[in-house]
Design a protein around this ligand. Sequence first.
Ligand code: F6P
Length: 394
Amino acid sequence: MPKKTTARTKSAPKKRVTKTSIKPSAKPIRPARPKRIGVLTGGGDCPGLNAVLRAVVKTAVINYGWEVIGIEEGFEGLLTPGKTYPLELKDVRGLLPRGGTILGSTNRGNPFEYRQVKGKKSSVVDISDVAMKTYKKLKLDALVVIGGDGSLKIAQRFAEKGINVIGVPKTIDNDLMATDSTFGFRTAVMTATEAIDKLHTTAESHHRAMVVEVMGRYVGWIALESGMAGGADIILIPEIPYDIKKVCEKIRRRNQLGSKFSIVVVAEGAKPLGGDVTVLAKKKSEHALDRLGGVGNRVAAQIDEITGVETRVTVLGHLQRGGTPTAFDRNLSTRFGVAAVGLVAEGLFGRMVCYRNFQIESVPIHEAVGAFKAVDPDGQFVRTAEAIGISFGR
Ligand code: F6P
């Protein structure tokens, strides 16, 4: 297994070294030509992307005297002319609390499997060499890819083709291996928690069951953490296929004991025992992903029918991807951005910065992609929730 390395972050900016202060024998701190690094944000957006961009630019410019080139709309920006521009300190001012990404992002545009439409015919082609040419034309020394599983897989393929890639893990789903947390996740959890808090009061007033569908793709981290923080009665996650009878039993029991309302948090990837996930739209290409959604309505209809308790559904959707990042996510983003530039300085390419045991480290990108980091159905978090009476429908 390749050795893990700790991405060195500098505690204080280096003093500017003037020509006169360099002794003839001293190793120059700056290379002959300042390095030039490209940065792009790929896949679904999430709170904290701008904070990473800000940290990358500030570290590169202030600490090393390098140039940063912003690449718009993920890898698409390396394929289409006119989608790159220098990112200077003035461009990243005020970005820390701003959600989204100033560079734009897209889930489409994988250069290795690019959908090309000619007349009525569409085909999938490998145009990664176009991106390679742009990388060379821009005279980039490295490319920082801020993305989730999909974007990092593409980054890995470019690393294999010779680009000096550094990965930065992002996703509200928190499903990436090799990092305890991705930035954006905690903001999404906070957004969902606030929504659950609000649904509590209306559920109580109307004696209803409220079903809240949250994002998370094939893992239940957002549902688990927001459900527990929001005092949910039932949490349904992909890792624990639910038995609708158990869900209904829990709601009936609550009613019998005088709690005439229930809060049910459902992860979009939750599935019934022996059943499958609910798909909103089928994937359009082999390497794309199905769009999940609809399980909340499915569960609500069954609760209504089986228990007779009036039930309503709220699908939080993209609200969870928006807004200003929490303090934790801002700081994680900043630490990732600084560490990513640190890896470039050390020449440690093909690696992804990660967060482990409160420290920023780095791992080879291939160790982080391809498999999802799932909730342990018998882990401490789930057991803790069950100890306070939360049902997982099992
Ligand atoms: O991966 C982040 C995520 O928000 C998932 O939780 C969700 O399933 C998906 O992206 C939605 O993607 P889109 O923005 O393409 O609808």
